[in-house]
Design a protein around this ligand. Structure first.
Ligand SMILES: NC(=O)C1=CN([C@@H]2O[C@H](COP(=O)(O)OP(=O)(O)OC[C@H]3O[C@@H](n4cnc5c(N)ncnc54)[C@H](OP(=O)(O)O)[C@@H]3O)[C@@H](O)[C@H]2O)[C@@H](O)CC1
Ligand SMILES: [K+]
Length: 480
Protein backbone atom coordinates (compact mmCIF):
# COMPACT_ATOMS: atom_id res chain seq x y z
CA UNK A 1 0.00 0.00 0.00
CA UNK A 2 1.32 3.46 -0.81
CA UNK A 3 2.25 5.47 2.30
CA UNK A 4 0.33 8.73 2.80
CA UNK A 5 1.93 11.81 4.40
CA UNK A 6 -0.27 14.27 6.31
CA UNK A 7 -0.13 17.98 7.09
CA UNK A 8 -0.13 19.21 10.69
CA UNK A 9 -3.79 20.25 10.27
CA UNK A 10 -4.75 16.82 8.95
CA UNK A 11 -3.02 15.22 11.95
CA UNK A 12 -4.95 17.47 14.34
CA UNK A 13 -8.17 16.63 12.50
CA UNK A 14 -7.46 12.90 12.94
CA UNK A 15 -6.58 13.40 16.61
CA UNK A 16 -9.76 15.37 17.27
CA UNK A 17 -11.78 12.58 15.71
CA UNK A 18 -10.39 10.29 18.41
CA UNK A 19 -12.59 12.09 20.98
CA UNK A 20 -12.01 10.81 24.50
CA UNK A 21 -8.67 9.28 23.65
CA UNK A 22 -7.32 12.80 23.10
CA UNK A 23 -9.14 14.43 26.01
CA UNK A 24 -8.23 11.84 28.63
CA UNK A 25 -4.56 11.75 27.68
CA UNK A 26 -4.58 8.23 26.25
CA UNK A 27 -3.04 9.39 22.96
CA UNK A 28 -0.15 11.08 24.75
CA UNK A 29 0.40 8.05 27.00
CA UNK A 30 0.60 5.78 23.98
CA UNK A 31 2.80 8.24 22.08
CA UNK A 32 5.28 8.65 24.93
CA UNK A 33 5.34 4.89 25.51
CA UNK A 34 6.25 4.52 21.83
CA UNK A 35 9.12 6.98 22.23
CA UNK A 36 10.37 5.20 25.36
CA UNK A 37 10.22 1.84 23.57
CA UNK A 38 12.27 3.10 20.62
CA UNK A 39 14.88 4.69 22.92
CA UNK A 40 15.05 1.54 25.06
CA UNK A 41 15.47 -0.64 21.96
CA UNK A 42 18.34 1.57 20.84
CA UNK A 43 19.96 1.32 24.30
CA UNK A 44 19.43 -2.45 24.39
CA UNK A 45 20.99 -2.75 20.94
CA UNK A 46 24.10 -1.06 22.31
CA UNK A 47 24.46 -2.73 25.71
CA UNK A 48 21.21 -2.42 27.71
CA UNK A 49 19.19 0.22 29.59
CA UNK A 50 20.37 -0.03 33.16
CA UNK A 51 22.90 2.64 34.10
CA UNK A 52 22.78 4.35 30.68
CA UNK A 53 22.42 8.12 30.32
CA UNK A 54 19.73 9.91 28.31
CA UNK A 55 19.01 13.63 27.91
CA UNK A 56 15.66 15.12 27.01
CA UNK A 57 15.14 18.61 25.62
CA UNK A 58 11.66 19.79 26.55
CA UNK A 59 9.72 22.58 24.82
CA UNK A 60 6.56 24.41 25.79
CA UNK A 61 3.93 22.19 24.19
CA UNK A 62 2.70 18.61 24.06
CA UNK A 63 5.80 17.50 22.16
CA UNK A 64 7.68 18.27 25.37
CA UNK A 65 4.98 16.37 27.26
CA UNK A 66 5.68 13.28 25.19
CA UNK A 67 9.39 13.61 25.99
CA UNK A 68 8.75 14.01 29.74
CA UNK A 69 6.47 10.94 29.99
CA UNK A 70 8.97 8.95 27.89
CA UNK A 71 11.76 10.16 30.20
CA UNK A 72 9.75 9.00 33.23
CA UNK A 73 9.33 5.53 31.73
CA UNK A 74 13.03 5.28 30.93
CA UNK A 75 13.95 6.41 34.45
CA UNK A 76 11.78 3.61 35.83
CA UNK A 77 13.82 1.18 33.71
CA UNK A 78 17.02 2.31 35.42
CA UNK A 79 18.18 4.90 32.90
CA UNK A 80 19.68 8.15 34.29
CA UNK A 81 17.55 10.80 32.57
CA UNK A 82 18.42 14.51 32.53
CA UNK A 83 15.97 17.12 31.26
CA UNK A 84 16.51 20.66 30.01
CA UNK A 85 13.28 22.65 30.27
CA UNK A 86 13.38 25.37 27.60
CA UNK A 87 10.28 27.09 29.03
CA UNK A 88 10.11 25.92 32.69
CA UNK A 89 6.79 27.69 33.34
CA UNK A 90 5.11 26.06 30.38
CA UNK A 91 6.49 22.52 30.60
CA UNK A 92 3.66 19.96 30.49
CA UNK A 93 2.59 19.81 34.20
CA UNK A 94 1.51 16.17 34.37
CA UNK A 95 4.52 15.09 32.31
CA UNK A 96 6.90 17.00 34.55
CA UNK A 97 5.32 15.58 37.71
CA UNK A 98 5.63 12.03 36.34
CA UNK A 99 9.23 12.69 35.32
CA UNK A 100 10.22 13.95 38.77
CA UNK A 101 8.32 11.17 40.53
CA UNK A 102 10.21 8.56 38.50
CA UNK A 103 13.56 10.04 39.56
CA UNK A 104 14.29 12.11 36.44
CA UNK A 105 16.63 15.05 37.03
CA UNK A 106 15.90 18.58 35.78
CA UNK A 107 19.05 20.45 34.83
CA UNK A 108 19.16 23.81 36.70
CA UNK A 109 18.93 26.91 34.50
CA UNK A 110 21.72 29.44 34.93
CA UNK A 111 21.84 32.85 33.24
CA UNK A 112 18.78 32.11 31.11
CA UNK A 113 20.14 28.88 29.61
CA UNK A 114 20.91 25.30 30.51
CA UNK A 115 23.09 22.60 28.99
CA UNK A 116 22.84 18.83 29.20
CA UNK A 117 25.64 16.98 30.99
CA UNK A 118 28.37 15.37 28.88
CA UNK A 119 28.55 11.65 28.11
CA UNK A 120 24.93 11.01 27.14
CA UNK A 121 24.11 7.95 25.05
CA UNK A 122 20.93 9.36 23.54
CA UNK A 123 19.27 12.78 23.45
CA UNK A 124 15.54 13.08 22.87
CA UNK A 125 14.32 16.13 20.93
CA UNK A 126 11.01 17.17 22.50
CA UNK A 127 11.37 20.85 21.58
CA UNK A 128 8.48 21.10 19.12
CA UNK A 129 6.36 18.78 17.02
CA UNK A 130 3.51 19.66 14.69
CA UNK A 131 3.04 23.01 16.49
CA UNK A 132 6.56 24.26 15.72
CA UNK A 133 7.27 27.33 13.59
CA UNK A 134 10.59 28.51 12.18
CA UNK A 135 14.13 27.62 13.28
CA UNK A 136 15.26 26.41 16.71
CA UNK A 137 15.34 29.31 19.12
CA UNK A 138 18.75 30.17 20.64
CA UNK A 139 18.37 28.27 23.95
CA UNK A 140 17.45 25.03 22.17
CA UNK A 141 20.05 25.58 19.46
CA UNK A 142 22.76 25.95 22.14
CA UNK A 143 21.80 22.63 23.77
CA UNK A 144 22.07 20.72 20.48
CA UNK A 145 25.22 22.55 19.35
CA UNK A 146 26.96 21.43 22.56
CA UNK A 147 26.30 17.69 22.01
CA UNK A 148 29.19 15.39 21.20
CA UNK A 149 28.96 14.47 17.50
CA UNK A 150 28.50 10.75 18.24
CA UNK A 151 25.39 11.34 20.38
CA UNK A 152 22.33 9.55 18.97
CA UNK A 153 19.42 11.97 18.57
CA UNK A 154 15.85 10.66 18.71
CA UNK A 155 13.26 13.20 17.56
CA UNK A 156 9.76 13.12 18.98
CA UNK A 157 7.37 13.45 16.01
CA UNK A 158 9.81 15.46 13.88
CA UNK A 159 13.24 17.08 14.11
CA UNK A 160 12.59 20.50 15.64
CA UNK A 161 13.28 23.43 13.32
CA UNK A 162 12.18 21.46 10.23
CA UNK A 163 8.78 22.50 8.86
CA UNK A 164 6.10 19.85 9.23
CA UNK A 165 4.25 20.67 6.00
CA UNK A 166 6.96 21.85 3.59
CA UNK A 167 9.99 19.99 4.94
CA UNK A 168 11.94 23.28 4.92
CA UNK A 169 15.11 22.77 6.93
CA UNK A 170 15.53 25.98 8.92
CA UNK A 171 18.88 27.01 10.32
CA UNK A 172 19.43 25.99 13.04
CA UNK A 173 17.42 22.81 13.30
CA UNK A 174 17.80 19.30 14.69
CA UNK A 175 19.30 16.45 12.67
CA UNK A 176 17.84 13.19 13.98
CA UNK A 177 19.15 9.64 13.73
CA UNK A 178 15.69 8.27 14.51
CA UNK A 179 12.30 9.99 14.38
CA UNK A 180 9.31 8.52 16.22
CA UNK A 181 5.92 9.63 14.94
CA UNK A 182 2.37 8.72 15.83
CA UNK A 183 -0.42 7.18 13.77
CA UNK A 184 0.40 8.61 10.34
CA UNK A 185 3.65 9.92 8.83
CA UNK A 186 3.72 13.68 8.25
CA UNK A 187 4.87 15.35 5.02
CA UNK A 188 8.17 16.31 6.66
CA UNK A 189 9.08 12.63 7.01
CA UNK A 190 9.38 12.30 3.24
CA UNK A 191 10.19 15.86 2.18
CA UNK A 192 13.06 16.12 4.70
CA UNK A 193 13.78 12.39 5.03
CA UNK A 194 17.56 12.79 5.32
CA UNK A 195 17.04 15.09 8.32
CA UNK A 196 14.67 12.61 10.06
CA UNK A 197 16.90 9.53 9.95
CA UNK A 198 15.12 6.22 10.42
CA UNK A 199 11.36 6.67 10.82
CA UNK A 200 9.39 4.70 13.40
CA UNK A 201 5.59 5.02 13.15
CA UNK A 202 3.88 4.12 16.43
CA UNK A 203 0.22 3.09 16.38
CA UNK A 204 -1.68 5.17 18.95
CA UNK A 205 -5.19 4.26 17.77
CA UNK A 206 -6.11 7.41 15.87
CA UNK A 207 -8.23 7.28 12.74
CA UNK A 208 -7.85 9.04 9.42
CA UNK A 209 -8.43 12.76 8.80
CA UNK A 210 -11.96 13.55 7.58
CA UNK A 211 -10.59 14.94 4.31
CA UNK A 212 -7.21 15.41 2.63
CA UNK A 213 -5.95 18.74 1.39
CA UNK A 214 -4.01 19.14 -1.87
CA UNK A 215 -1.21 18.56 -2.58
CA UNK A 216 -1.76 15.00 -1.29
CA UNK A 217 1.69 13.49 -0.85
CA UNK A 218 2.28 9.73 -0.97
CA UNK A 219 5.08 7.30 -1.75
CA UNK A 220 5.14 3.88 -3.36
CA UNK A 221 6.68 1.11 -1.31
CA UNK A 222 8.81 -1.52 -3.06
CA UNK A 223 5.86 -3.93 -2.91
CA UNK A 224 3.61 -1.49 -4.79
CA UNK A 225 5.86 -1.64 -7.84
CA UNK A 226 4.95 -4.29 -10.37
CA UNK A 227 7.45 -4.00 -13.21
CA UNK A 228 6.14 -4.87 -16.69
CA UNK A 229 6.71 -8.54 -17.53
CA UNK A 230 5.91 -9.93 -21.00
CA UNK A 231 3.08 -12.47 -21.06
CA UNK A 232 2.76 -15.52 -23.31
CA UNK A 233 0.82 -13.54 -25.93
CA UNK A 234 3.20 -10.57 -26.01
CA UNK A 235 5.52 -9.59 -28.81
CA UNK A 236 7.91 -6.67 -29.20
CA UNK A 237 5.09 -4.31 -30.23
CA UNK A 238 2.45 -5.18 -27.65
CA UNK A 239 4.72 -4.27 -24.75
CA UNK A 240 5.04 -0.71 -26.00
CA UNK A 241 7.47 0.88 -28.41
CA UNK A 242 9.27 3.92 -27.05
CA UNK A 243 10.80 6.55 -29.31
CA UNK A 244 13.86 8.41 -28.05
CA UNK A 245 14.87 11.79 -29.47
CA UNK A 246 18.12 12.82 -27.82
CA UNK A 247 21.76 13.72 -28.37
CA UNK A 248 23.52 14.38 -31.64
CA UNK A 249 26.35 13.08 -33.78
CA UNK A 250 28.61 15.65 -32.10
CA UNK A 251 27.33 14.85 -28.58
CA UNK A 252 26.10 11.25 -28.71
CA UNK A 253 26.26 10.59 -24.94
CA UNK A 254 22.67 11.52 -24.10
CA UNK A 255 21.42 9.51 -27.08
CA UNK A 256 23.29 6.39 -25.95
CA UNK A 257 22.35 6.69 -22.28
CA UNK A 258 18.63 7.41 -22.85
CA UNK A 259 18.30 4.71 -25.54
CA UNK A 260 20.25 2.21 -23.43
CA UNK A 261 18.01 2.87 -20.45
CA UNK A 262 14.92 2.41 -22.62
CA UNK A 263 16.28 -0.88 -23.97
CA UNK A 264 17.01 -2.09 -20.44
CA UNK A 265 13.83 -0.93 -18.72
CA UNK A 266 11.29 -3.10 -20.57
CA UNK A 267 11.46 -5.73 -23.25
CA UNK A 268 9.33 -3.62 -25.60
CA UNK A 269 11.04 -2.10 -28.62
CA UNK A 270 13.12 1.09 -28.68
CA UNK A 271 13.34 3.44 -31.64
CA UNK A 272 15.80 6.31 -31.87
CA UNK A 273 15.57 9.44 -33.99
CA UNK A 274 18.49 11.84 -34.44
CA UNK A 275 21.94 12.41 -35.84
CA UNK A 276 23.56 10.04 -33.32
CA UNK A 277 21.79 7.04 -34.90
CA UNK A 278 25.03 5.28 -35.85
CA UNK A 279 26.55 5.73 -32.38
CA UNK A 280 23.37 4.45 -30.71
CA UNK A 281 23.28 1.31 -32.85
CA UNK A 282 26.97 0.64 -32.23
CA UNK A 283 26.22 0.54 -28.48
CA UNK A 284 22.75 -1.03 -28.65
CA UNK A 285 22.20 -2.93 -31.91
CA UNK A 286 18.63 -3.76 -30.91
CA UNK A 287 17.58 -0.10 -31.30
CA UNK A 288 15.95 0.81 -34.60
CA UNK A 289 17.67 4.12 -35.25
CA UNK A 290 17.02 6.65 -38.01
CA UNK A 291 18.14 10.25 -38.58
CA UNK A 292 14.74 11.80 -39.38
CA UNK A 293 11.41 11.86 -37.59
CA UNK A 294 9.54 11.20 -40.86
CA UNK A 295 11.17 7.74 -41.06
CA UNK A 296 10.68 6.87 -37.39
CA UNK A 297 7.82 4.37 -37.59
CA UNK A 298 5.12 3.95 -34.94
CA UNK A 299 5.71 4.34 -31.22
CA UNK A 300 3.44 4.29 -28.16
CA UNK A 301 5.32 7.08 -26.34
CA UNK A 302 8.14 9.55 -26.88
CA UNK A 303 11.05 10.59 -24.70
CA UNK A 304 12.34 13.84 -26.10
CA UNK A 305 14.97 16.35 -25.12
CA UNK A 306 18.29 15.22 -23.59
CA UNK A 307 21.12 16.81 -25.57
CA UNK A 308 18.90 17.52 -28.59
CA UNK A 309 19.77 21.22 -28.72
CA UNK A 310 17.43 24.19 -28.61
CA UNK A 311 17.67 25.54 -32.16
CA UNK A 312 14.85 25.93 -34.70
CA UNK A 313 15.23 22.37 -35.97
CA UNK A 314 14.95 21.00 -32.43
CA UNK A 315 11.89 23.17 -31.84
CA UNK A 316 10.25 21.92 -35.04
CA UNK A 317 10.88 18.29 -34.03
CA UNK A 318 9.50 18.88 -30.54
CA UNK A 319 6.41 20.58 -31.98
CA UNK A 320 5.73 17.61 -34.27
CA UNK A 321 6.02 15.16 -31.38
CA UNK A 322 3.85 17.22 -29.05
CA UNK A 323 1.22 17.62 -31.79
CA UNK A 324 0.57 13.86 -31.70
CA UNK A 325 -1.90 12.31 -29.29
CA UNK A 326 0.82 10.06 -27.81
CA UNK A 327 2.27 10.24 -24.29
CA UNK A 328 5.41 12.40 -24.31
CA UNK A 329 8.17 12.80 -21.73
CA UNK A 330 9.77 16.25 -22.09
CA UNK A 331 13.28 16.57 -20.64
CA UNK A 332 16.37 18.78 -20.67
CA UNK A 333 16.72 20.86 -23.90
CA UNK A 334 13.07 20.21 -24.73
CA UNK A 335 12.18 21.86 -21.40
CA UNK A 336 14.20 24.91 -22.37
CA UNK A 337 12.21 25.12 -25.59
CA UNK A 338 8.92 24.65 -23.72
CA UNK A 339 9.91 27.41 -21.29
CA UNK A 340 9.95 29.89 -24.20
CA UNK A 341 6.99 28.25 -25.98
CA UNK A 342 4.54 27.04 -23.28
CA UNK A 343 1.81 26.81 -25.93
CA UNK A 344 3.52 23.63 -27.19
CA UNK A 345 2.21 21.70 -24.19
CA UNK A 346 -0.67 23.95 -23.10
CA UNK A 347 -3.27 22.45 -25.40
CA UNK A 348 -2.25 18.81 -25.04
CA UNK A 349 -4.80 16.29 -23.84
CA UNK A 350 -2.51 13.25 -24.20
CA UNK A 351 -0.37 12.28 -21.16
CA UNK A 352 2.55 14.69 -20.77
CA UNK A 353 5.41 14.32 -18.31
CA UNK A 354 7.86 17.19 -17.76
CA UNK A 355 11.03 16.18 -15.89
CA UNK A 356 12.86 19.34 -14.75
CA UNK A 357 15.66 19.74 -12.25
CA UNK A 358 15.55 22.85 -10.05
CA UNK A 359 17.17 25.10 -12.69
CA UNK A 360 14.85 23.94 -15.46
CA UNK A 361 11.90 24.29 -13.11
CA UNK A 362 12.84 27.95 -12.53
CA UNK A 363 13.06 28.44 -16.30
CA UNK A 364 9.56 26.99 -16.75
CA UNK A 365 7.94 29.08 -14.03
CA UNK A 366 10.06 32.22 -14.23
CA UNK A 367 10.83 32.09 -10.50
CA UNK A 368 13.48 30.32 -8.47
CA UNK A 369 12.33 27.17 -6.70
CA UNK A 370 11.81 28.07 -3.03
CA UNK A 371 11.83 25.91 0.08
CA UNK A 372 8.28 24.64 -0.53
CA UNK A 373 9.08 22.28 -3.42
CA UNK A 374 5.84 20.34 -2.92
CA UNK A 375 3.51 23.31 -3.48
CA UNK A 376 5.66 24.56 -6.35
CA UNK A 377 5.59 21.30 -8.29
CA UNK A 378 1.88 20.72 -7.64
CA UNK A 379 1.16 24.31 -8.69
CA UNK A 380 2.93 23.95 -12.05
CA UNK A 381 1.23 20.60 -12.73
CA UNK A 382 -2.22 22.08 -12.03
CA UNK A 383 -1.59 25.28 -13.96
CA UNK A 384 -0.26 23.57 -17.10
CA UNK A 385 -2.47 20.47 -16.80
CA UNK A 386 0.55 18.15 -17.13
CA UNK A 387 2.48 15.83 -14.83
CA UNK A 388 5.72 17.29 -13.47
CA UNK A 389 8.60 15.25 -12.08
CA UNK A 390 10.89 17.51 -10.06
CA UNK A 391 14.32 15.92 -9.70
CA UNK A 392 16.36 15.95 -6.52
CA UNK A 393 17.31 13.76 -3.58
CA UNK A 394 13.56 13.64 -2.96
CA UNK A 395 11.91 13.31 -6.38
CA UNK A 396 8.35 14.66 -6.53
CA UNK A 397 5.93 13.65 -9.29
CA UNK A 398 2.82 15.84 -9.30
CA UNK A 399 -0.20 15.16 -11.47
CA UNK A 400 -2.72 17.89 -12.36
CA UNK A 401 -5.26 16.73 -9.74
CA UNK A 402 -3.04 17.57 -6.75
CA UNK A 403 -1.70 14.07 -6.11
CA UNK A 404 2.08 13.97 -5.61
CA UNK A 405 4.23 10.84 -5.50
CA UNK A 406 7.52 11.32 -3.65
CA UNK A 407 10.62 9.17 -3.66
CA UNK A 408 13.65 9.47 -1.40
CA UNK A 409 16.65 8.25 -3.39
CA UNK A 410 18.35 7.19 -0.14
CA UNK A 411 21.65 8.62 -1.39
CA UNK A 412 22.81 11.40 -3.68
CA UNK A 413 25.17 9.32 -5.82
CA UNK A 414 22.87 9.79 -8.82
CA UNK A 415 23.68 13.53 -8.84
CA UNK A 416 26.05 13.00 -11.77
CA UNK A 417 26.17 14.01 -15.45
CA UNK A 418 23.98 11.84 -17.67
CA UNK A 419 21.92 10.32 -14.86
CA UNK A 420 18.92 12.36 -16.00
CA UNK A 421 19.21 10.86 -19.50
CA UNK A 422 18.97 7.39 -17.96
CA UNK A 423 15.89 8.40 -15.96
CA UNK A 424 14.25 9.79 -19.11
CA UNK A 425 14.81 6.49 -20.92
CA UNK A 426 13.33 4.41 -18.11
CA UNK A 427 10.26 6.58 -17.62
CA UNK A 428 9.65 6.75 -21.39
CA UNK A 429 9.58 2.95 -21.56
CA UNK A 430 7.04 2.80 -18.74
CA UNK A 431 4.87 5.39 -20.54
CA UNK A 432 5.04 3.25 -23.68
CA UNK A 433 4.01 0.24 -21.59
CA UNK A 434 0.82 2.10 -20.74
CA UNK A 435 1.51 3.50 -17.28
CA UNK A 436 0.28 6.94 -16.26
CA UNK A 437 2.90 9.69 -16.24
CA UNK A 438 2.85 9.77 -12.43
CA UNK A 439 3.37 6.02 -12.07
CA UNK A 440 5.97 5.97 -14.86
CA UNK A 441 7.89 8.85 -13.28
CA UNK A 442 7.72 7.58 -9.70
CA UNK A 443 8.65 3.98 -10.54
CA UNK A 444 11.46 5.18 -12.78
CA UNK A 445 12.79 7.40 -9.98
CA UNK A 446 12.70 4.50 -7.54
CA UNK A 447 14.48 1.98 -9.75
CA UNK A 448 16.97 4.66 -10.84
CA UNK A 449 17.80 5.37 -7.18
CA UNK A 450 18.17 1.65 -6.49
CA UNK A 451 20.53 1.30 -9.47
CA UNK A 452 22.62 4.19 -8.14
CA UNK A 453 22.93 2.49 -4.74
CA UNK A 454 23.81 -0.88 -6.28
CA UNK A 455 26.36 0.71 -8.62
CA UNK A 456 27.94 2.95 -6.01
CA UNK A 457 28.27 0.82 -2.87
CA UNK A 458 29.76 3.93 -1.27
CA UNK A 459 31.92 5.22 -4.12
CA UNK A 460 31.23 7.84 -6.80
CA UNK A 461 29.63 6.65 -10.03
CA UNK A 462 29.09 7.90 -13.57
CA UNK A 463 25.90 7.48 -15.56
CA UNK A 464 27.28 4.47 -17.53
CA UNK A 465 27.87 2.61 -14.28
CA UNK A 466 24.36 3.51 -13.15
CA UNK A 467 22.96 2.22 -16.45
CA UNK A 468 24.90 -1.03 -16.03
CA UNK A 469 23.25 -1.52 -12.63
CA UNK A 470 19.75 -0.91 -13.95
CA UNK A 471 18.97 -4.55 -14.76
CA UNK A 472 19.83 -5.89 -11.26
CA UNK A 473 17.85 -3.00 -9.78
CA UNK A 474 14.78 -3.80 -11.90
CA UNK A 475 15.01 -7.46 -10.89
CA UNK A 476 14.07 -6.35 -7.35
CA UNK A 477 10.78 -4.96 -8.67
CA UNK A 478 9.69 -7.85 -10.87
CA UNK A 479 6.89 -9.80 -9.13
CA UNK A 480 5.97 -13.43 -9.49
N1 LIG B 1 -2.72 16.32 20.19
C1 LIG B 1 -2.58 15.03 20.54
O1 LIG B 1 -3.48 14.30 20.78
C2 LIG B 1 -1.27 14.43 20.61
C3 LIG B 1 -0.14 15.20 20.39
N2 LIG B 1 1.04 14.66 20.55
C4 LIG B 1 2.23 15.47 20.58
O2 LIG B 1 1.90 16.84 20.67
C5 LIG B 1 2.61 17.56 19.67
C6 LIG B 1 1.89 18.80 19.32
O3 LIG B 1 1.80 19.53 20.50
P1 LIG B 1 1.43 21.08 20.54
O4 LIG B 1 0.25 21.31 19.72
O5 LIG B 1 1.34 21.45 21.95
O6 LIG B 1 2.64 21.80 19.81
P2 LIG B 1 4.22 21.53 19.92
O7 LIG B 1 4.63 20.87 18.67
O8 LIG B 1 4.60 20.93 21.18
O9 LIG B 1 4.85 23.01 19.83
C7 LIG B 1 4.13 24.15 20.17
C8 LIG B 1 4.84 24.91 21.26
O10 LIG B 1 6.18 25.17 20.89
C9 LIG B 1 6.47 26.57 20.92
N3 LIG B 1 7.23 26.85 19.69
C10 LIG B 1 6.79 27.00 18.43
N4 LIG B 1 7.82 27.12 17.57
C11 LIG B 1 8.95 27.05 18.31
C12 LIG B 1 10.32 27.10 18.00
N5 LIG B 1 10.74 27.27 16.73
N6 LIG B 1 11.22 26.96 18.99
C13 LIG B 1 10.81 26.79 20.26
N7 LIG B 1 9.51 26.74 20.61
C14 LIG B 1 8.59 26.88 19.66
C15 LIG B 1 5.17 27.28 21.06
O11 LIG B 1 5.26 28.11 22.19
P3 LIG B 1 5.45 29.66 22.14
O12 LIG B 1 6.73 29.84 22.85
O13 LIG B 1 5.52 30.10 20.69
O14 LIG B 1 4.29 30.17 22.86
C16 LIG B 1 4.15 26.19 21.42
O15 LIG B 1 3.77 26.22 22.76
C17 LIG B 1 2.76 16.57 18.57
O16 LIG B 1 3.80 16.92 17.69
C18 LIG B 1 3.04 15.31 19.34
O17 LIG B 1 4.41 15.26 19.72
C19 LIG B 1 1.18 13.26 20.94
O18 LIG B 1 1.23 13.24 22.32
C20 LIG B 1 0.03 12.43 20.45
C21 LIG B 1 -1.23 12.98 20.91
K1 LIG C 1 10.66 17.23 18.14
Amino acid sequence: MPMQYLTADEVRDAERASGDLLANGTLMRRASHGVARVVAAELNRTGGCYGRRVGIVVGAGDNGGDALFAGAELARRGVAVHAVLLAPDKAHPAGLAAFRAAGGRVVPTTGGGAALPAGLDIVVDGVVGIGGKGPLRPAAAAVFAALAPETTVVAVDLPSGVDCDTGEVHDPSVRADITVTFGHPRRVHLLAAPRCGRLAVVDIGIGKPSERVAPRLFSFSDEDIDWPVPGPADDKYTQGVVGVIAGSHRYPGAAILASGAAVTATSGMTRYVGSAHAEVVSHFPEVVAVPDLAEAGRVQAWTVGPGMGTDDAAEATLRTVLDTDLPVLVDADALTIVARRPELVAGRTAPTLLTPHAGEFARLTGTALGADRLSAVAGLAAEWNVTVLLKGRITLVADPTGSVAGNDAGSSWAATAGAGDVLAGIAGSLLAAGHTPQTAGAWAARVHARAALLASRGAPIGASTLLAALRPAIREFVRG
